[in-house]
Design a protein around this ligand. Structure first.
Ligand code: XUL
Ligand code: CO
Length: 462
């Protein structure tokens, strides 16, 4: 929320009748926008149509919708206001009175399910506090969440839209300013545990296929006041208890940790994929958790777009993807819709290689720009991103089918397939034997890495 902006969003007008029509069960929120269809021949100015995403079309042995498992996030698309540190909200939705009331929460949820349905997306994601207002006690907050979950369940059953994942917002409320699971105060640690406990129960009730932890405030701003070892020990205990409680209530969704190096904290413990994998292995939690990778976080960590997706998958830990992008010329989390086919293709290559993402998916943790103020921009942005990944799926499938990279990379490591290389891989040699081998064979000829050749090959497919 902006330091200049008022607390509430929307018009601030208290005329209840303006919103009353949206309280009806059969209310229409996106008038004039029909279900989005596929037309491969649509022209460049036609934006409310899929030109590549054809859900039932088979690609590389499965339907597009099976490979892609698209999901819309509730927080950006139905709680985003366009407010930034310099300006007021710009995204005023006709059904949203800007209040934190239960009636407003229900209107937003109904609008969301109409949106998912018209877009043709089968999954959604939310934070507990996106969908239901916080009360003045834990009991009141939980009652609010249960009442909204009742409606969510009804809407899920009516539309067939499913919950990809739920998560607890452990970063927005002032109580969490110094963290949740890594907070220096045990009373706040306990409060966060109570919040996650409830959210796991709700996730189970709504059939969530995963549950995400993103630790925006699990980190530090200065080392001068921070015991980093105790904080990470506590965080590991938090994750251990979450996993124990998941099993206790019979929730079968996968637990996922979403790495991010910084923002809002100066340094976040879940810095990037390899840091989280090392953390999980250090604390013996690597069988209980996988990773939800967001490429905009990867680039904030100073890596290339697909780096963390590749790393997590290589170690069997890629659970889901928050498929967005940053702006490489900016240094923060812009959460833009992914429109770069080459980046998307690199991600889809990994997903095909590991045989799919299920029970994870491609969740659009993306927001329209604060200048994109039309209701139709909500659709156009998602359609553009879905078409980008559908195109990427086709490119990646062709790359896999023709196998040029597989062959090229295999050949590059072929000295490890037999002889001394095979012994190295099998762990059956020693420095003494390797020294003897090196002396007998003389100076090895260095082989070109041929990066430009590889880049040309990629360009051929994209
Ligand atoms: C923040 C972010 C979150 C998580 C869920 O950068 O990506 O929205 O995805 O808390
Ligand atoms: Co995210």
């Amino acid at each position: 929320m902006s330091s200049f902006a008022p607390e509430s969003t929307g018009s601030g007008q208290s005329d209840a009748s303006r919103y009353a029509k949206y309280d009806q069960e059969d209310a229409v929120f996106f008038e004039g926008i029909d279900a989005i269809s596929f037309n491969a021949n649509a022209g460049p100015t036609e934006s409310l149509v899929y030109k590549h995403y054809n859900p039932k079309q088979e690609v590389y042995g499965r339907s597009m919708e099976d490979w892609l498992r698209y999901s819309v996030c509730f927080w950006h698309t139905f709680r985003g206001t366009g407010a930034d540190p310099f300006g007021f909200p710009t995204l005023v939705r006709p059904w949203d009175d800007g209040s934190n009331s239960m009636a407003n929460a229900k209107r937003r949820l109904r609008a969301a399910f109409e949106f998912f349905t018209k877009l043709g997306v089968k999954y959604w994601t939310f934070h507990d506090r996106d969908i239901a207002p916080e009360g003045s006690t834990i009991e009141e907050t939980n009652r609010n969440l249960d009442e909204i979950a009742d409606l969510a369940l009804k809407l899920q059953e009516k539309t067939g839209v499913k919950l990809l994942w739920a998560t607890s917002n452990l970063f927005a409320h002032p109580r969490y300013m110094n963290g949740a699971g890594s907070n220096p105060d045990a009373r706040i640690f306990s409060y966060a545990a109570a919040q996650v406990k409830k959210c796991l129960e709700v996730a189970k009730r709504l059939g969530a296929e995963n549950f995400v932890f993103w630790g925006g405030r699990e980190g530090y701003h200065t080392l001068l006041n921070t015991d980093i070892l105790r904080e990470q020990n506590h965080l590991a205990s938090f994750f251990r208890m979450a996993s124990e409680y998941k099993k206790k209530i019979g929730f079968t969704g996968t637990l996922l940790i979403e790495p991010k190096p910084k923002e809002p904290s100066k340094h976040q413990y879940d810095y990037d994929a390899m840091t989280v994998i090392a953390f999980l292995k250090t604390y013996g939690l690597d069988k209980e958790y996988k990773l939800n990778i967001e490429p905009n976080h990867t680039t904030l960590a100073g890596h290339g777009y697909e780096h963390d997706v590749v790393m997590a998958s290589a170690f069997g830990m890629l659970g889901s993807v928050d498929s967005n992008t940053g702006s490489p010329d900016l240094g923060w989390d812009t959460d833009q819709f992914p429109m770069d086919i080459k980046n998307c293709t690199q991600v889809m290559r990994v997903i095909l290689d590991q045989g799919g993402l299920a029970p994870g998916g491609l969740n659009f943790d993306c927001k329209v720009r604060r200048e994109s103020t039309n209701l139709r921009d909500m659709f156009i942005s998602h359609i553009g991103a879905m078409d980008s990944f559908a195109r990427a799926l086709k490119c990646a499938a062709k790359i896999k089918e023709e196998g040029v990279f597989t062959k090229y990379v295999k050949e590059r490591y072929s000295t490890f397939d037999s002889g001394i290389g095979q012994k190295i891989e099998q762990g059956t040699t020693s420095f003494e034997e390797l020294e003897k081998f090196a002396m007998e064979n003389g100076e090895p000829v260095a082989v070109s890495g041929e990066q430009e050749h590889c880049e040309n090959m990629l360009n051929y497919y994209v």
